[in-house]
Design a binder for this molecule. Structure first.
Ligand code: NAD
Length: 467
């Protein structure tokens, strides 16, 4: 029997593996797929893998990242399907858009371009160096998006990353992780550069947070996890919750505003942290706005009785969110109160008083309260209050530059979108790169490779200049 070159290579690899007990320079077993049973082994492997990464050229690092992007695109349908199936959150077609966005608009190695400055005193070079091993805690809402974005960004910056995914999204997060891990190894990168804990729990999260050899922590989730990483004593990035208001004034192009709000608030059934969560509209244009929202054919106006019943359904007696309904289609939610809606509907809307609990709660459901205000001053004041100091996202529809500037200054959010749906602010139909770790609390904003670096300066006194 004649052996092909490929067969021969496979046999040599197998023999070497059996002799050494491992096939990779990072010490991971030959069949390692990126999933570790415990935090200690993940950290040891990640430390070795990160050192191996730094031995590769930047060109090679770029090629590995390009291959990772392609892997996401090649497996997009399967991943989107799995995310919706496992978590019941969001919509298949929007998960597809989310994955494409993360694969194509997460910056790569170009984001860590060094900075050079020359002058009478010589040359200064500033480089964005890796931090080492990063522990990343990821949310149920974006089990693929966050892993894709974090993996590309963190590797581009020269790091290794260990994920502790949300326990209720572990199959999806582990699947994308394994695909990306295989791509890295197949393209000459070290095994274990990205990895995840097999059975993530709050205990494994704590272990990762407290591990002395984990250099940096990144939490994408609600307030408690952000608090947990920020109190670790380590360098940490906290990307926390939001409650984005959309403010509409009397100068806005109202039909456009209505269409943008319906589209923005219903994408992925409102589970993006950036989605419009409540509307604040100046009284003079409130009726037109609602009329145009209904004319999209995708928004359903709840009756006062339905509002009461849906509020009781969505919020428990203790004011907590009914998690079973988070990210579900509007049909599923309204069916619980006996309302049957056609498939064309994507959002339920209702007029709410200022103190309505759904105005103040990040529900992450396609149910959107609309609050009337007398004028722009009252609108700005109220929208700032409902944003609750998260410094996350705010949206405004207006043609008055003074009003837009006044709101942007007052609300102080990381993302401020004018005259478009909120998702334009994460690069979907808007300019700029994307991020699925939006760091309001710690100030990195729309994170990218550079966010996961430490700055190092090199100074050459009275040295090299060519002018
Ligand atoms: P979550 O906070 O419940 O979970 C996020 C991750 O943190 C999970 O892996 C979870 O296991 C872990 N975790 C939770 N509490 C912890 C603790 N005390 N100690 C250690 N680990 C802990 O969030 P979620 O329900 O998965 O996601 C939705 C939330 O995330 C929303 O509030 C949303 O606004 C926010 N979010 C923010 C961003 C952003 O970029 N700012 C992106 C996506 C989601």
């Amino acid at each position: 029997m004649a052996l092909s070159e490929q067969d021969l290579a496979g046999i040599i690899q197998k023999v070497l593996t059996e002799l050494n007990g491992s096939s990779s320079t990072s010490g991971a077993p030959a069949d390692f797929d990126g999933i570790h049973q415990n935090v200690d082994s993940a950290v040891d492997c990640a430390i070795r893998a990160q050192k191996e990464l730094l031995k590769l050229t930047l060109k090679k690092r770029g090629e590995i990242i390009d291959a990772m992007r392609q892997t996401v695109l090649d497996n997009n349908e399967m991943l989107a399907d799995m995310a919706v199936e496992e978590t019941s959150l969001g919509r298949y077609e929007d998960k597809i858009r989310e994955n494409i966005l993360c694969a194509t608009k997460t910056p790569g190695i170009e984001d860590i371009q060094p900075l050079a400055k020359t002058g009478d005193d010589g040359l200064m070079l500033l480089e964005y160096a890796p931090v080492g091993v990063i522990g990343a805690l990821t949310p149920i809402t974006n089990p693929t998006g966050t892993v894709i974005h974090n993996s590309i960004s963190m590797i581009a910056a020269g790091n290794a990353v260990i994920f502790n995914p949300h326990p209720s999204a572990v199959t999806t997060s582990s699947t994308i992780l394994k695909l990306l891990h295989k791509t890295i190894v197949d393209n000459g990168g070290p095994a274990g550069l990205i990895s995840a804990i097999a059975k993530p729990t709050l205990d494994s999260a704590r272990e990762l947070i407290e591990h002395p050899k984990v250099n940096m922590l990144v939490a994408t989730g609600g307030k408690p996890v952000v608090r947990a990483v920020l109190s670790s004593g380590k360098k940490a990035i906290g990307a926390g919750a939001g409650n984005p208001p959309v403010l509409v004034d009397e100068t806005a192009h109202i039909r456009n505003a209505a269409e943008c709000i319906v589209s923005g608030a219903s994408i992925n059934n409102n589970i993006f942290c950036t989605c419009e969560k409540e509307v604040v509209v100046v009284d003079e244009v409130a009726d037109s706005l609602i009329k145009f929202m209904l004319e999209t054919g995708k928004a359903y106006m709840l009756t006062p009785d339905e509002v009461e019943r849906v509020t009781k359904l969505v919020l428990t007696d203790k004011g907590k969110i009914n998690t079973k309904l988070v990210g579900r289609n509007v049909q599923v939610i309204l069916k619980e109160i006996g309302v049957t809606l056609g498939e064309e509907y994507r959002l339920a809307i209702f007029e709410a008083p200022k103190d309505h609990p759904l105005v103040w709660t990040e529900q992450m459901m396609p149910i959107l309260p609309i609050v009337r205000v007398r004028n722009i001053e009252e609108g700005i004041d109220f929208a700032v209050q409902v944003e609750q100091g998260n410094r996350h996202t705010a949206i405004m529809h207006s043609t008055n530059v003074d009003n837009m500037t006044a709101f942007a200054r007052a609300v102080q959010t990381t993302i401020f979108v004018k005259n478009g749906p909120a998702y334009a602010g994460i690069g979907l139909g808007g300019e700029g790169h994307t991020a699925f770790t939006i760091a309001g609390p710690t100030g990195e904003g729309m994170t990218s490779a550079r966010s996961f670096t430490r700055q190092r300066r090199c100074t050459l006194v009275e040295g090299f200049r060519i002018i």
